[in-house]
Design a protein around this ligand. Structure first.
Ligand SMILES: Nc1ncnc2c1ncn2[C@@H]1O[C@H](COP(=O)(O)OP(=O)(O)OP(=O)(O)O)[C@@H](O)[C@H]1O
Ligand SMILES: [Mg+2]
Length: 398
């Protein structure tokens, strides 16, 4: 099976994201970015693709995954290692010669964009910590170079660091922020992670440390991109599928996350194969009933979805947890989603005071929205993933 289902999709497994890439490149000229979006939506895949495209812009980009570390010192070491001196100075030299290069573009912007990058020229006073010298050396080395630091899993790293040494976390974030605000900066940062950075920061009252970055919210695939991906993947697996069947698959997924599309397609191919084995037919043509079979099989696999529940149990204290679970239960039970008013009415038993109830709802929604449980963009609150909704309804809705 060549459909990517675990790791980032790269090479020919990567589809679309054309508009997003175009927008991100444009925003990067004047801004640093936080790329946010629900789990498994394709953030890392997109970062990887940007890293590959950077060379055309005479920009040196590296994907730095900081998931495995939990100190400021290690963070600096990881970034340092990703941008070795030789490659940075080589890139600087060749880019400096071209008028079209990244360096010339960002220099011409003259950093006066509203909401863009500005700040003092001097390096800020560093706290008296063991990693201060290494930090300043790194900052000096990369600030004027055309480099793009794609920092993935920043939120996982921060969560660990906050638990271990909150002071160090604050010092590191303050330094990074001051670095980003240094004027005339040629380098750019793009942060991403599998758990929501904004909700994590809000929980620790630390939102200000990234408020200079442009928050780029990754969305689902458009229907046409989804259909193009699915039909190409069918072709590669030597199956035929008409557009109607693939559109039906999209309809069952709801919010078109490429991961859930791929997951349902992979299972649909298996269901179709099983169907063929039970008959004398040899026509490798997908049917809508294969999609339904696959959907039912997926719903029955608890291991696919259990982490969505565990994650809340782990991160929320009891009062907050029961309120959050009540929200999910109520929303899972309604096929069309609920208006805010309807949802508030259903939460009355948990919190009688209407004002407090609305506050608690807003707080819970911060996490549920950012981490991709619920969609609040329309006038109804609903699950992003229909699979997750149906799983929740079956297993957790009381
Ligand atoms: N552009 C894409 N083209 C094809 N498949 C994609 C694309 N983006 C994401 N996917 C699918 O989603 C899966 C997860 O992608 P990726 O690891 O990049 O997501 P993520 O948002 O970084 O996930 P996490 O939140 O766990 O870090 C891939 O294995 C693939 O099935
Ligand atoms: Mg990722």
């Amino acid at each position: 099976m060549s459909i990517k289902l675990g790791n980032k999709a790269d090479g020919e497994d990567f589809f679309d994201r054309m508009n997003e890439r175009e927008d991100l490149w444009r925003y990067l000229e004047g801004n640093h970015i936080v790329l946010s979006g629900p789990r498994r939506l394709g953030k890392t895949s997109l970062l990887q693709r940007l890293a590959e495209e950077a060379a055309e812009r005479d920009l040196l980009a590296r994907l730095v995954d900081v998931e495995g570390i939990d100190t400021a010192e290690a963070f600096i070491k990881e970034v340092d290692r990703a941008f070795p001196d030789e490659s940075v100075s080589h890139n600087l030299k060749s880019a400096g010669e071209k008028v079209t290069s990244w360096l010339n573009r960002v220099r011409k912007l003259d950093i006066k964009l509203p909401g863009g990058i500005e700040g003092s020229l001097e390096l800020q006073a560093m706290p008296d910590v063991v990693w201060a010298e290494a930090a300043l050396r790194l900052q000096n080395r990369l600030s004027n170079a055309p480099v793009l630091l794609l920092i993935d899993e920043i939120s996982v790293f921060l969560e660990k660091l906050l638990a271990k040494d909150a002071t160090e976390a604050v010092q590191l974030l303050a330094w990074l922020r001051a670095w980003r605000q240094q004027s005339g900066l040629a380098c750019r940062f793009l942060f991403s992670g599998s758990i929501g950075l904004n909700a994590l920061l809000a929980r620790h009252r630390m939102n200000t440390y990234f408020n200079d970055c442009y928050d780029f919210r990754l969305g689902p695939f458009k229907q046409n991109a989804a259909l193009a991906m699915l039909s190409e993947e069918c072709l590669r697996e030597d199956w035929q599928a008409d557009k109607q069947t693939l559109a039906y698959l999209c309809q069952r997924i709801g919010w078109l996350s490429p991961f859930y599309l791929n997951l349902l397609l992979a299972n649909t191919l298996e269901a179709a194969r099983d169907r063929l084995q039970e008959t004398t037919s040899t026509e490798r043509l997908l049917m809508s009933s294969d999609v339904d079979d696959a959907y039912d099989r997926l719903l029955a696999t608890r291991s696919r979805f259990i982490h969505w529940h565990q994650r809340l149990e782990r991160d929320l204290e009891p009062g907050r947890l029961s309120f959050t679970l009540a929200i999910l239960s109520a929303v899972a039970k309604s096929a069309e989603g609920l208006t805010r008013k309807q949802l508030l009415a259903r939460l009355q038993k948990l919190e009688a005071d209407p004002e407090l109830r609305a506050d608690r709802l807003d707080q819970a929604m911060l996490l549920l929205e950012e981490d991709g449980y619920l969609d609040v963009s329309g006038d109804r609150i609903q699950f992003l993933s229909f699979l997750l909704r149906d799983y929740w309804h079956r297993n957790h809705a009381r």
